[in-house]
Design a protein around this ligand. Structure first.
Ligand SMILES: *Cc1c(COP(=O)(O)O)cnc(C)c1O
Length: 384
């Protein structure tokens, strides 16, 4: 599977991916194999590709790249992050209980409670950055732990190694949504997580131009099961979206460095603003899990949430931003601002949202790769 030596540095692995040229033509850019099916030379003969739902050469280059970057043996690419999450839950069986981060992507909550509970899966949503809550949530049927770290939108950090040890002792599995850090800053499989999930729509693709999702793992027991889920359900990534994601990933290292650099400046500027009550960014030294983040992460992303002192500041900010776009996503080159209460987290019940800290005064900013001074200038005119 590995095209290069695995001892290459991560920037090189990111820039070159799993295949740095196409062997037949020498094309440096992976071709978009826009073909639904593949010719057989004779009975029982196959190039390894038969039908694109099962496997497609462009998608395979991307899957191999993500396996390399996340230090896994296997990767499956889905049409969206939700497609990946929907697939991974199917390794469990009706009757199984799964402990889930309370402060998580709203769509994941909607999928688990609005759909999988109906089919007999049980979920407990708790603050997984607080280990005592994990211990208290365990039931005899607990088979899995699903964490998002850092969490969305409160930037809480859960201890991946400790979660892995805990659930493994009970014979269960740990799934980590690594969308916020990307493999450039964090590798959950190295810390004991059994599966890594990504919404490639965010930092990996990085340009707000395509959707994609991934499961990466090294688990031989579930390898065929997961392949079968991907092939049978058909939520696989299209060749063109795979190509866009391959292209996006090539600059991931550069982008993440810039997101981090910009976020550091902007988080500090916001923290000093008289109308801002509190700022959440994982890179602050006074972040409650800063020590843990130093152990399990190699850097900090461009995600900042903050509370205004007054609710009235929110609508005014969202209307007045010019450079920053009021739009519901994250991780792209363009700075985006979101209002979690009515957008990303609208499907989470109000008591649970409030317990997590999501209220009328909370705004989430995905800092892009523009010049930080320009982003601050835009925030300044929009807040005042
Ligand atoms: C966006 C997101 C998802 C869902 O991914 P889609 O590509 O939008 O389906 C899952 N988890 C996290 C943390 C996300 O930010």
């Amino acid at each position: 599977m590995k095209f290069f030596d695995s001892n290459l540095k991560i920037e090189t692995q990111i820039a070159r991916g799993s295949k740095s040229f196409e062997p037949v033509t020498g094309a440096v850019s992976t071709p978009v194999f826009q073909s639904a099916c593949f010719r057989h030379a004779a009975l029982y003969e196959s190039t390894g590709f038969d039908y694109s739902r099962a496997a497609n050469p462009t998608r395979q280059v991307l899957e191999n790249t993500m396996a390399i970057l996340e230090h896994g043996k296997y990767c499956l690419a889905f049409s969206t992050g939700m497609g990946a999450i929907s697939a991974i839950i199917k390794i469990f069986a009706p009757g199984d209980h799964i402990i889930v981060s309370q402060d998580l992507y709203g769509g994941t909550y909607r999928l688990f409670t609005g759909y999988y509970e109906h089919y007999g899966f049980a979920f407990s949503f708790i603050d997984t950055s607080d280990f005592t809550q994990i211990e208290a949530a365990v039931q005899p049927q607990t088979k899995g732990l699903f964490i998002e770290t850092p969490s969305n939108p409160m930037m809480k950090i859960s201890d991946i190694s400790r979660c892995a040890d805990f659930i493994h002792k009970r014979g269960g599995l740990l799934i980590t949504d690594n969308t916020f850090c990307t493999p450039y800053f964090q590798n959950p499989l190295d810390l004991g997580s059994d599966f890594v999930i990504h919404s490639g729509t965010k930092y990996l693709g990085g340009h707000n131009d395509t959707l994609s999702g991934f499961i990466v793992h090294s688990n031989d027991t579930y390898k065929d099961n997961l392949l079968n889920i991907q092939m049978s359900e058909g939520a696989c990534l299209s060749p063109f979206d795979a190509w866009l994601t391959i292209r996006g990933i090539k600059t991931l290292a550069l982008r993440m460095k810039k997101h981090q650099e910009n976020a550091a400046v902007i988080a500090q500027w916001l923290a000093a603003h008289s109308k801002v009550e509190k700022v959440f960014w994982t890179g602050f030294e006074n972040h409650p899990q800063y020590e843990l983040s130093r152990r399990q992460m190699r850097g900090h992303n461009g995600m900042i949430s903050f509370y205004f002192k007054e609710e009235s500041c929110v609508a005014s900010l969202l209307k007045k931003v010019k450079l920053i776009l009021f739009a519901e996503s994250l991780g792209g080159v363009e700075s985006l601002i979101t209002y979690p209460l009515v957008q990303t987290h609208s499907d989470i019940p109000d008591d649970m949202r409030r317990a997590a800290g999501i209220n009328e005064r909370l705004v989430r900013l995905s800092v892009g790769i523009e010049n930080a001074d320009d982003i601050i200038m835009d925030l300044e005119q929009a807040i005042n």
